[in-house]
Design a binder for this molecule. Sequence first.
Ligand code: AP5
Length: 219
Amino acid sequence: MNIILLGPPGAGKGTQSDYLRDTFKLTKLATGDMLRAAVAAGTELGLQAKQVMAEGKLVSDDIMIGIIRDAISDQNCPNGFILDGFPRTTAQAEALDVMLAEVGKKLDFVIELKVDDAEMVNRISGRFSCKQCGAGYHDTFKQPAKAGVCDSCGGTEFSRREDDRAETVAKRLEAYHAQTAPVAGYYAKTGTLKGVDGMAEIGEVTKSLEKILGEKKAA
Ligand code: AP5
């Protein structure tokens, strides 16, 4: 099963794609996570991406398409993939179509998390994640069961993203509306797009996604 999750910064793509990865045994391909790993490792890609991300802008299509081309192979995604953060421009969506045709794959679901921009700043400013395993939390909406201890791995150190400062979030939202919102229109034309109310409580959003994905759950 191959899925794209669309939505602006803070819509819940990462939160929901973690759940779908674990439940449906999919490979999660989150381009933001890949770029942050490259920045942390100081690779050439990381050096190119660091400043662009800090400014809330998009990394170039050529770089992003190259990353995903390598990632969607059968070897890397034996049960299918969930794309979180890609495609982010119409050019990336068109390139993905070509790549999928080349490897004989197709998209099963493109799901847009529909949210209000104003609330996204609150969501992003309260976000933090486990330094050890990357599990995501929120100061108000998703706290660890035991304060200061990661539910997933027991880690006790957490971090906040550099691009989650309010002024950068505003720039990321601008980039979303200018460059990424048209991607939903691209998939609406092909009839693959479905919308979900991303303003609902986290568990309710998950239920809406499960309803769409239906009975394809892995054994
Ligand atoms: P990326 O890492 O992809 O960031 P993003 O798209 O801006 O999305 P976020 O990770 O901020 O939000 P999310 O939707 O995953 O929300 P989350 O689940 O964490 O990209 C970062 C940067 O990398 C880009 O700006 C760009 O520079 C570059 N980049 C990446 N891909 C690229 C590409 N393809 N092309 C070019 N450049 C690219 O939720 C947010 C918070 O809210 C969490 O704390 C969560 O607990 C909470 N929450 C989630 N759902 C709910 C809910 N329903 N109710 C209440 N709280 C909730």
